[in-house]
Structures are given as structure tokens and as C-alpha cells.
Design a protein around this ligand. Structure first.
Ligand SMILES: [Zn+2]
Length: 64
């Protein structure tokens, strides 16, 4: 069995469940939102690194 404890009521809920059957707290949706936010932050960080360090070194673009 693949169970996790609900953060709100500690009820054992299946990992694939969309929401806790006892209190109705959405479980899967929260993880997806966190994943999208993490991907966005990593993407922005990579863009910042590219613009600040890599492009000026290659002589393609100079920050003012
Ligand atoms: Zn719950």
C-alpha cells in the first residue's frame, strides 16, 4: 500500500488520491503547483545566469 498522512487531519490517504476522503483537503494538486513553481524559479535562475555571465563572456550581449 502506498499511503501518506493527510497534513490536515493525519488520515491515511493513498498517494494517487486527488483529495483526502476524510477532510477533503486536495493533495495531488498542491504537489503539482509546487512542482510548477520550482520549475519556474529554476528557469528564471538559468535565464539570469545566461544573461549575466555567459552571454557577455561570449561577446553576444553586454549588460548596461
Ligand atoms: Zn484529511
Amino acid at each position: 500500500m502506498n499511503l501518506v498522512a493527510c497534513p490536515d487531519c493525519d488520515h491515511q490517504v493513498s498517494r494517487i488520491a486527488e483529495a483526502c476522503p476524510k477532510c477533503g483537503r486536495p493533495l495531488k494538486h498542491r504537489q503539482t503547483t509546487t512542482g510548477i513553481l520550482a520549475a519556474l524559479v529554476i528557469g528564471l535562475l538559468l535565464c539570469w545566469l545566461l544573461v549575466t555571465f555567459i552571454l557577455p563572456r561570449l561577446g553576444i550581449w553586454y549588460p548596461v
